[in-house]
Design a protein around this ligand. Structure first.
Ligand code: LLP
Length: 458
């Protein structure tokens, strides 16, 4: 989805035995220094992704803002980078709201999403003076109204909550069913048939100010068609709301969901091709996306908000893993690593494809393997039936495009400490989150036996 950098953030060096680099830093050095599992981020790629989104919209001359979906990756250092670049933030919990504020996002560029906001979260967001709540139900509208009224009474002046109502356009995003959100059987939004009533209902509440409409149909969407359908039906609705009910909005929030390339992200003649071949699968470019939806959304004359998460951070991260063992039986070859569904649950949850590339590339025969983790679940795999250069104990590999919904969905399952995170900036790098300590995770103040280093280093 994101436009290609002049020089890819992750690429092989031109040495005879090529090293996989993040910007100018060999990943094998980072694996050695910090151990694995390890998430490594490229600062340059994050900035580039944000600006390729933002600049495409700027060049259209349209009033807009890009509101980064914090759920994709909420590392505070990454949030600081995006806040500094002028991004807004789309949050879904008190934790994300507090992190966004601490990172320096302007409250007037913060939106609050989610089907189940608690009373405490609503109060917190009202106190923080955020731009708008994206509201998902009639009942939520009434609750936000009553909390705003209560805060107003306590403050001695009226408090009005800005709300944007999330509509469900009943469009199939043609993504994985678990990350499709815009169909009637999904829990999200209010169906179009009831949406006018919801806007009327909201406008009758004195402590609500109806400022926008919100639509988000899913994630990792790789065709333009669903976006176009959702844009058309939203625009039709906004125009009829204005004409028939006299409700005039300020903004249209079109959500996120733009898909990215997960295949052939890193290329080298020594790397086996995947079954999609040299070109990889088709994913519309950012300019194709904007070119397709903006002229439609523009018919409303409203300010436009987009909420991309994956398109900003996914390809800016490689998850490094070390090979612990290899083994084979009569039907399969397995490469067992120190990294699995606890660090990247996407393959297990959605059978998602992530490219896997060795940190040091050697010529030689390739073989088809399952790359799996150490967790006691059959679904604990990083890659299945993948043609790979031969790997042995002590080799390190990178799982690419792990920046979105990687660390964010990491867990302590099997009492594993969450991995460390490192940010690369040119030739510099620094730790932006320490590896969790086993004692912390296990809830013990002191380990009963002396602990060796908890991460793999060979
Ligand atoms: N806005 C709303 C209301 C959302 O629910 C989401 C993501 C986004 C924006 C950002 O979507 P993105 O641009 O990142 O596609 N764990 C899944 C993805 C879940 C997406 C949840 N909502 C995965 O790993 O693919």
């Amino acid at each position: 989805m994101t436009d290609v950098l002049d020089q890819q953030a992750f690429r092989y060096s031109s040495a005879a035995e090529p090293d996989l680099l993040c910007e100018e830093v060999p990943l094998s050095e980072l694996a050695q220094e910090f151990g694995t599992p390890l998430y490594v981020y490229s600062k340059r790629q994050i900035i580039e992704n944000f600006h390729s989104f933002d600049a495409t919209l700027k060049s259209s001359g349209k009033e807009h803002y890009v509101s980064y979906a914090v759920k994709a990756n909420s590392n505070i250092e990454l949030l600081r980078i995006l806040a500094e670049e002028g991004s807004g933030a789309d949050v879904v919990s008190a934790g994300e709201l507090l992190a966004a504020l601490a990172a320096g996002f302007a409250p007037e560029k913060i939106t609050f999403d989610g089907t189940g906001k608690t009373d405490e979260e609503i109060e917190l967001a009202l106190r923080a003076n955020i731009h708008a709540f994206n509201v998902e139900s009639f009942e939520e509208l009434a609750v936000i109204n009553s909390i705003a009224e209560r805060l107003g009474q306590a403050a001695g002046h009226a408090v009005r909550a800005k709300v944007s109502i999330r509509v469900n356009p009943d469009v199939d995003a043609k993504s994985h069913p678990y990350i499709s959100t815009g169909m009637k059987e999904n829990k999200f939004g209010i169906e179009m048939e009831n949406a006018r009533e919801a806007f009327m209902y909201a406008s009758r509440h004195p402590a609500l100010e109806v400022v926008g409409i919100h639509v988000h149909i899913g994630s990792q969407i790789t065709s333009l068609d669903p976006f176009i359908k959702a844009a058309r039906s939203t625009v039709k609705f906004v125009n009829s709301l204005r004409v028939k009910s006299g409700i005039v909005l300020e903004h249209l929030n079109f959500g996120g969901g733009q898909g990215i390339h997960y295949r052939n992200v890193v290329r080298h003649p020594l790397l086996p091709k995947d079954e999609f071949g040299e070109e990889g699968e088709y994913v519309p470019s950012l300019s194709e996306f904007v070119g397709a939806v903006l002229p439609i959304l523009d018919q409303t004359g409203l300010k436009i908000i987009f909420e991309p998460g994956r398109a900003i951070v996914a390809n800016a991260c490689a998850l490094l893993a070390s090979v612990l063992y290899t083994k084979e039986n009569s039907v399969k070859k397995f490469v067992i690593t120190d990294t699995g569904m606890t660090e990247l649950i996407r393959p297990c949850l959605y059978e998602a494809y992530h490219q896997v590339a060795p940190l040091k590339l050697l010529s030689g025969a390739t073989q088809k393997v399952d790359i799996v983790g150490p967790i006691c679940e059959t679904s604990d795999f990083l890659a299945q039936s993948r043609e790979m250069p031969s790997l042995k104990r002590g080799d390190a590999i990178a799982v690419l495009c792990a920046g979105a919904y990687g660390y964010a969905l990491a867990s302590n399952y099997n009492l594993r400490p969450r991995a460390a995170e490192v940010l690369v900036d040119g030739t510099d790098y620094r730790l932006i989150r320490e590896r969790e300590r086993i004692e912390e995770v296990a809830g013990i103040s002191k380990a009963p036996v002396t602990l060796p280093n908890s991460s793999s280093r060979f």
